[in-house]
Design a protein around this ligand. Structure first.
Ligand code: HEM
Length: 520
């Protein structure tokens, strides 16, 4: 019987293949289009995700999310999609986006098996992924064990004198403009350059010199933005990377700059060599030297490639993110006169009382500037630096999320811009910048519980095993530089009410924080 079935089937398969070949030869375009249409319909109607609402195109092809990402407005578009379709949106044939902060907590919580998707696999470096780009969870966990200490708050606090030094360069530059008759500057640029220079100091004991030169040296910022655009867009259909950047022909394209040929990578490589051959005299335990120490403890598990990848990756992950957060903070504060007045009064009062040193320290900021803390949190709530979603995969056979069963292998997307607008957690006015929501009178237990709930549902740094490891540095430098410049200068937006131009394919890159500046 079995033998007969095989011989019956073989001619059928053969006939189908022959017919298909004939069709393909005679009407290639029509046949391919028909096949694509068939694939689209199968994905749309036969998938277990078919019951979830979302844009028609998104249910059958990943091109939808690729185009959406390429538009560069996912920080708004994802919010609009959830407002239109509800709390769960089918955003790709095999991907659901969740808007509930509670669902995000579950998806991002450690130890539950929700691992990173191949979206991250597109981000370089390819041969030795860093903490951010590593998608093999066990390898990620091993690498993370070695970098936890170098990335700790204590390690970065020990580098505070060099953050202060960068603040001094910044204020020297700002003083120059504040004392001129034309006092207009693009504060956004200065903050962007500052974030880079701090990373240079923290990672390599060497400022990149952006603030000093008041420019994007060697087009490094532009380069990172271009790489990021590629990553965010191609990351929507990761296999395309094989045809593009991973193809041997990519580097020969006229408009392409090879990944290693940029100022940041050259600086990192130079520092690696100088440390190895002993020509660099480093008088501090910067990130790179601590990573070398970790390597020496266990050279096999944490090799030199990892030392380089982690130190280099810090610049890519930590520059635009911190810059964007500081720009959001300044724009929102300056655009709300009552907030600006209250905040500057708090800082100036602390100054008058002698509570602040020459440059604001972490401790002073934490102890004496509660309204500043509220403003910073609120800025990170209304304008998270990552404008795209972050992605995880459902483990095993599937699980229940937000009250529905989601099959194993389904990709999940959560976007902090969506999550932070949840009215049940953040209040009816969740769309509005209002730092007061983070303040509560002493003894108001209900208010305290509300703030704790808000805190638990903030995702500007992601969450779980992949929570931003560089947040200690970002928070530290912002706690120093932002109060320091508000203390030293009066700022006014040149175009009050005009939002900054935003573009996001991963981090939200912003332009147009033009202000007038005057010394106090
Ligand atoms: C305000 C500034 C920052 C924001 C808003 C931010 C945001 C984030 C977010 C949302 C993630 C999680 C991404 C995901 O799960 O897909 C992340 C991860 C990461 N960030 Fe940051 N980041 C900031 C600053 C920094 C800095 C200064 C550094 C380095 C010094 C850094 C290094 C990293 C690394 C290495 C990861 C990967 C962590 C892992 O997967 O274990 N970030 N960041």
């Amino acid at each position: 019987m079995a033998k007969a079935a095989v011989t019956d089937e073989a001619p059928l398969t053969q006939t189908l293949l022959v017919n298909f070949y004939v069709l393909l030869r005679q009407w290639p375009t029509t046949t391919i289009l028909l096949l694509l249409a068939l694939r689209f319909l199968i994905r749309r109607y036969l998938s277990p995700l078919r019951k979830y609402p979302g844009p028609f195109l998104a249910s059958g092809t990943r091109l939808y999310s690729l185009i959406l990402t390429a538009r560069g407005r996912t920080h708004e578009d994802h919010v609009a999609l959830h407002r239109k379709y509800g709390s769960i949106v089918r955003i790709q044939p095999n991907q659901l986006s969740f808007s509930s902060p509670e669902a995000a907590r579950q998806i991002l919580s450690p130890g539950k098996g929700f691992h990173k998707t191949n979206f991250y696999w597109v981000f370089p470096p390819y041969n030795n992924p860093d903490i951010f780009t590593e998608v093999r969870e066990n390898v990620h966990a091993t690498k993370k064990r070695f970098v936890n200490q170098p990335y700790s708050l204590a390690s970065f606090q020990a580098l505070a004198p060099w953050i202060d030094q960068t603040i001094k360069v910044l204020t020297r530059k700002l003083d120059f403009y504040a004392e001129r008759s034309t006092k207009t500057i693009d504060l956004g640029n200065f903050l962007h350059w500052f974030a880079f220079d701090v990373l240079g100091e923290a990672a390599f004991s060497s400022s990149f010199g952006f603030v000093e030169q008041e420019r994007d040296v060697d087009g490094a910022i532009k380069f990172i933005d271009t790489v990021q655009q590629y990553d965010g867009i191609v990351g929507q259909i990761p296999f395309l990377d094989y045809l593009l950047r991973r193809s041997p022909y990519w580097d020969y394209l006229p408009f392409v700059s090879p990944l290693t040929n940029n100022y940041i990578t050259r600086t990192a490589l130079g520092q690696m060599t100088a440390r190895e051959d002993g020509t660099a005299v480093v008088g501090r335990r910067d990130l790179l030297s601590q990573l070398f120490e970790a390597h020496e403890k266990d050279p096999e598990k944490f090799d030199k490639g990892s030392v380089f990848a982690v130190a280099h990756g810090a610049i890519f992950a930590g520059s635009d993110s911190t810059a964007s957060t500081m720009q959001t903070f300044m724009w929102n504060v300056l655009n709300n006169k009552a907030v600006y007045d209250k905040l500057t009064e708090e800082i100036l009062a602390a100054d008058r009382n002698g509570d602040l040193g020459e440059i604001v320290t972490w401790e002073e900021s934490q102890k004496c500037l509660p309204y500043f803390q509220a403003c910073l949190k609120e800025a990170m709530r209304v304008g998270p630096a990552v404008g795209l979603a972050i992605y995880r995969k459902v483990p095993g056979a599937g699980t229940e999320i937000d009250g529905v069963f989601v099959p194993g292998g389904t990709e999940l997307a959560v976007n902090a811009h969506v999550l932070h607008k949840d009215q049940a957690i953040f209040g009816q006015d969740a769309d509005v910048f209002r730092p007061e929501r983070w303040l509560v009178k002493e003894g108001d237990e209900k208010g305290e519980a509300r703030i704790k709930a808000m805190d638990r549902h903030m995702f500007q740094f992601g969450g779980g095993a992949h929570v931003c490891i560089g947040r200690n540095l970002a928070i530290l430098e912002m706690n120093k530089v932002l109060p320091q410049i508000l203390r030293r200068y009066k700022f006014e937006l040149n175009y009050p009410g005009r939002p900054m131009k935003k573009h996001s394919t991963f981090f939200v890159v912003q332009e147009g924080l033009e202000v007038s500046i005057e010394k106090r």
